[in-house]
Design a protein around this ligand. Structure first.
Ligand SMILES: Cc1cc2nc3c(=O)[nH]c(=O)nc-3n(C[C@H](O)[C@H](O)[C@H](O)COP(=O)(O)OP(=O)(O)OC[C@H]3O[C@@H](n4cnc5c(N)ncnc54)[C@H](O)[C@@H]3O)c2cc1C
Length: 356
């Protein structure tokens, strides 16, 4: 059963691998939240103008859902954090969104995408359309429109690709690197079932039976992945229960998309649901409502809602845990310090304490 998901799809841009963060894994999202808060705290304690500007410049590359939701949410959080720090001005903080095509949120209608763009620009987020990141060596960002500046945080949100390990297998792979599957979630080569192989989620090219286009496949979303998983499990259990070579009736995966929602920070959003356009608070409420509905297990739903309730009463949690990214660093520094002292004592230096 193949459910390997996808990973960031990058380009050979100088400096990208060394400088950028991805935004695919939960740990990347946590690291990014902590990075933004830590950078604001560090900027508050330095008078070096260039250093401050670099710390407070956050660049996102890719204006799809991931990039737009990430920049909007983090900008909202950064504004709330800066409001509590007198030595940092709101105007010191720079958020830049770089998008290669002529619009953001391509999954939405032109009208809603335009609304999203306007919302971001009204918040002083510098959105560059039809622009590419060309280099970011040592954090020096160069854009295709000729702009150059330094940024401590560069986030790559410009697409995903199916797990590359699939390409090293002898499984049937389509043009976008996904395993080809039937609507029953069985892996198939040229329409013929590959015995004993099943696939679902982002790594699988599953026909979209709701589309007029017979070649259309399901988009890489959690909405499809979790629903496909259930159909796959039922079909696999039925196949195993029937025994080898016995006829078995399998269910075909089919899911009509109800709509698309995007959050643009607390109380802000944009959505297209059942043919209706929503903006602002109604869209944001629909976004939160849908996500808590879709979240598996009651335990997780309740924990998330309690967290939102706490934030509604006490506002955002702005505590930064920047050192979480390197949990061994403090211990390693302490051990290195002790080793140095021991070495000085062994060398007969009686003034080890003073020399520290
Ligand atoms: C920022 C962001 C926001 C998103 N927001 C939404 C949203 O609002 N709504 C929505 O529907 N979708 C959203 N998505 C898409 C959604 O996250 C994916 O479609 C979904 O997670 C796919 O599920 P999956 O099980 O196929 O893959 P994954 O969730 O990626 O799980 C794959 C698992 O396989 C593991 N794995 C990979 N390779 C191997 C290997 N070789 N051996 C063993 N294990 C391996 C991985 O570690 C991972 O745990 C978003 C994605 C991103 C990045």
């Amino acid at each position: 059963m193949l459910a390997l998901g996808a990973e960031a799809r990058t380009l050979p841009i100088p400096g990208l691998a060394e400088q950028a963060l991805g935004f695919k894994q939960v740990e990347e999202a946590l690291a990014l939240r902590n990075r933004v808060l830590s950078n604001i705290e560090e900027a508050a304690s330095t008078w070096d103008h260039d250093r401050r500007r670099r710390l407070l410049t956050f660049v996102f590359v890719g204006g799809g859902f991931a990039g737009v939701e990430a920049i909007a949410e983090l900008e909202d959080m950064a504004r709330a954090a800066v409001a509590k720090i007198p030595s940092v001005e709101q105007s010191d903080v720079h958020f830049v969104l770089v998008e290669g095509t002529r619009r953001i949120l391509p999954e939405l209608t032109e009208e809603l995408s335009g609304y999203g763009l306007q919302q971001l620009r009204e918040r002083d987020i510098d959105v560059r359309l039809s622009t590419f990141l060309t280099s970011c060596v040592d954090g020096h960002v160069v854009l295709s429109d000729g702009t150059e500046f330094d940024a401590d945080t560069i986030v790559w949100t410009a697409g995903v690709k199916a797990a590359p390990v699939l390409a090293d297998s002898d499984l049937p792979i389509e043009g976008r690197g996904r395993v080809t599957a039937l609507p029953t979630l069985q892996v198939a080569r040229d329409g013929a079932v590959v015995d004993g192989a099943w696939a679902a989620g982002d790594c699988a090219a599953v026909p979209d039976l709701t589309s007029q286009d017979p070649t259309a496949t399901c988009a890489p979303t959690a909405q499809h992945a979790v629903r496909q998983a259930k159909v796959l499990a039922d079909n696999l259990a039925a196949t195993l229960a029937a025994g080898p070579d016995a006829p078995v009736e399998l269910t075909s995966y089919r899911h009509e998309n109800l709509g698309t929602v995007a959050s643009l920070g607390i109380g802000k959003g944009v959505a297209h649901i059942l043919g209706h356009n929503l903006r602002g608070l109604p869209a944001w409420t629909a976004h939160r409502g849908y996500h808590v509905y879709a979240m598996p297990t009651l335990n997780r739903k309740v924990r998330i809602m309690m967290d939102w309730l706490a934030a509604a009463v006490f506002l955002r949690d702005l505590a930064s845990f920047g050192s979480v990214a390197a949990p061994g660093a403090a211990f390693a520094a302490a051990a290195e310090h002790d080793a140095r002292l021991a070495q000085q004592r062994a060398n007969g230096s009686g003034s080890a304490r003073q020399s520290v």
